[in-house]
Design a protein around this ligand. Structure first.
Ligand SMILES: [Zn+2]
Length: 128
């Protein structure tokens, strides 16, 4: 977790430096295609399968990942978007319910497992 907080600082700075509000309006008018969703952190629009989906269950009000019926928030599967969402509580705001640490931890684990798969295969290649 410490490593991720270090990563956060330059990303937050670059995020502030980009005048992303103007880009928002452009992408909103031009590129809102069917089956595309907007990331709650960087506001980029991406095909739905490329984003993580966090769902507030319609019946129980509990928050879970990937599946379910109810209000949904979408997030790019990247370190920057995940840390920004966590820092700024974006998922909670989008879903209008408090999103527990567990949800964020599950997403961090997904990121870590996908990146450790890559480094793991590199390592085994250099060993053999
Ligand atoms: Zn994003």
């Amino acid at each position: 977790m410490v490593r991720q907080q270090k990563l956060l600082i330059p990303q937050m700075m670059s995020w502030r430096q980009t005048s992303h509000q103007r880009r928002n309006e452009l992408s909103f008018t031009n590129v809102m295609k069917p089956n595309h969703r907007r990331c709650v952190s960087c506001r980029a629009i991406a095909p739905k399968p490329n984003l993580w989906r966090v769902v507030r269950q319609h019946d129980t009000g509990t928050v879970q990942l990937d599946q379910g019926l109810g209000r949904s928030a979408y997030l790019c599967p990247t370190t920057s978007c995940l840390s920004m969402a966590q820092k700024k509580n974006r998922l909670s705001k989008a879903l209008r319910v408090s999103v527990s640490e567990t949800i964020y931890q599950q997403l961090w684990q997904r990121l870590q497992s996908s990146s450790s798969l890559e480094t793991g295969s590199n390592r085994s290649m250099t060993q053999s």
